[in-house]
Design a protein around this ligand. Structure first.
Ligand SMILES: Cc1ncc(COP(=O)(O)O)c(C=O)c1O
Length: 478
């Protein structure tokens, strides 16, 4: 266990002694001056470096190990992307620079948009939103603006969301002022067509759908679903968080989606987690282009420019042009993989997930007994004296990041595993061996799993208390 930095007892470090700080003090208004010495840790530079290096070594990341966090697409982030995003001409560009001096930046944004349009089949796009959820609210506001313009007596006040949806979907719809209605899934894990039919009405603005859905299953009735939604005068919103599985195989616009957000930080490989930064580009079909946020990046002859003349624009959704350096990484990723490489992403992610599923499906409960897409959901077997949390904690002892747990909500004790296409067969074999061994332990030594993790710097935490009683700063014992 690493001790607190305050526990170091080195000689006091006196970089600014009270006696010789007069010049600085003279610059600070009296009311801001604090007369007593700050309570700083007394550690040498070497102590500090060692302390933080050791702490940094406790972090778990895609660079240090397998990270099968379902729905998060924790794929390897090629280092070339970082090198490109670090180029001074890109990293150092100022948002108020004149268009003439940022032609390369605009060309890159334009080029990325063309790549995204090519793989999705949409006709218009914005790179502004800063995350998937931000893309969702942008997309739903586009839908709202579209319906408003289509009819003066606009009365579409409902958004339909399947029971498998990620929590951000209903939250987005509610934030945009809609009533949220849930649509059930059927026994096969697809959206229930009868329930959808019953819920569709002239009051429905859109259905928000994730495909593959959060069970890792391809919505096999998607063409029928989009037909039903469109016949009701509603639009089909695509949550593109799982787009990785479709990449190079299917274009969402061909499935009938009218608008979809991309999680650039997932599908197009950017380090993410812990709150960002991300990018939630939004692609749209032709009829929604007049509503896109301003500015759009356009090209005239050899010149690139920002176009603010978007007729019914919903306005800006983010300062300047979004998290641009995430777009740089995504662009580098496209260029590095090339057309042939991009085509293999979806295929390989599906193959990896199915390979892992086949190894685990007879030992764990497998609620939806279909081939999966890029991820799958399993649960502990009935009769085991352990729950999903115990298994997830035990996975830490085996040296892995646990999968997503207790999501999607419709599967009791869900464990959602997404290996991604960047993992080798070796890693998948080792991880499945760990899960099979944990399954054995669940039946022979359940008390061990109840205590897990036992080999980590921090043991089992009281998670409810940790979430409810936040203590975010170190309080030195007096
Ligand atoms: C299915 C799904 N939709 C939407 C989101 C929201 O994306 P973001 O975290 O980038 O806001 C996530 C994030 O995990 C997701 O898994």
């Amino acid at each position: 266990m690493e001790k607190s930095i305050f526990a170091y007892q080195s000689e006091p470090t006196e970089y600014i002694k009270s006696g010789d700080s007069g010049a600085i003090e003279a610059l600070i208004p009296e009311r801001f001056l604090q007369r007593q010495e700050p309570d700083l840790p007394q550690a040498t530079e070497q102590d500090v470096i060692r302390h933080f290096s050791r702490l940094a070594g406790l972090n778990y990341s895609v660079d240090t190990g397998f990270y099968p966090l379902g729905s998060c697409t924790m794929k390897y982030n090629p280092k070339i992307n970082e090198a490109v995003a670090d180029l001074p001409g890109l990293a150092g560009v100022h948002p108020y620079q004149d268009e003439k001096s940022i032609q390369g930046v605009l060309e890159l944004a334009y080029g990325l948009e063309q790549f995204l349009l090519a793989v999705s089949g949409f006709q218009g796009l914005t790179l502004q939103p800063a995350a998937g959820a931000h893309g969702e609210i942008t997309g739903i506001l586009l839908i709202k603006a579209y319906h408003r313009l289509a009819s003066k007596k606009e009365k579409r006040r409902i958004i339909l969301v399947p029971d498998t949806a990620h929590g951000t979907n209903p939250a987005t719809a509610a934030l945009a002022g809609y009533e949220v209605r849930q649509v059930k899934s059927d026994e096969a894990g697809d959206i229930d067509l009868a329930d959808l039919k019953q819920n569709l009405s002239p009051e429905v603005a859109a259905l928000m759908l994730t495909n593959p859905n959060t069970l890792g299953l391809f919505e096999k009735n998607i063409l029928q679903v989009s037909k039903m939604v469109h016949e009701a005068g509603a639009l089909l919103y695509g949550d593109g968080a799982n787009f990785n599985a479709l990449l190079g195989l299917v274009k969402p616009a061909d499935l009938g989606f009218d608008v979809m957000h991309f999680n650039l930080h997932k599908t197009f490989s950017t380090p993410h987690g812990g709150g960002g930064p991300g990018a939630g580009a939004v692609g749209v079909v032709e009829k929604l282009i007049p509503f896109l946020p301003v500015p759009l990046v356009k090209k005239k002859g050899e010149k690139f420019y920002f176009d603010y003349k978007v007729k019914h624009s919903i306005g800006k959704v983010r300062s300047f042009y979004g998290n641009f350096l995430i777009a740089v990484r995504a662009y580098a990723y496209f260029l590095a993989l090339g057309e042939e490489g991009i085509k293999k992403v979806g295929r390989q992610s599906i193959l990896n997930a199915n390979y892992l599923l086949r190894k685990l499906k007879d030992v764990y409960e497998w609620p939806y007994r279909r081939s999966c897409m890029h991820e799958f959901v399993i649960t502990p077997k009935t009769g085991w004296q352990v729950n999903t949390l115990d298994i997830a904690k035990r996975i830490i002892d085996y040296g892995y990041h646990p999968p997503t747990i207790y999501f999607p909500l419709i599967v009791h004790e869900a464990m959602m595993i997404e290996p991604t296409e960047t993992e080798t067969k070796n890693t998948l074999d080792e991880f499945s061996a760990a899960l099979l061994s944990i399954a054995q332990e669940a039946q022979t030594t359940p008390e061990l799993l109840k205590k897990a993790p036992v080999n980590s710097p921090v043991g089992r935490l009281d998670e409810a208390r940790a979430a409810r009683q936040l203590i975010l700063k170190y309080e030195k014992a007096r």
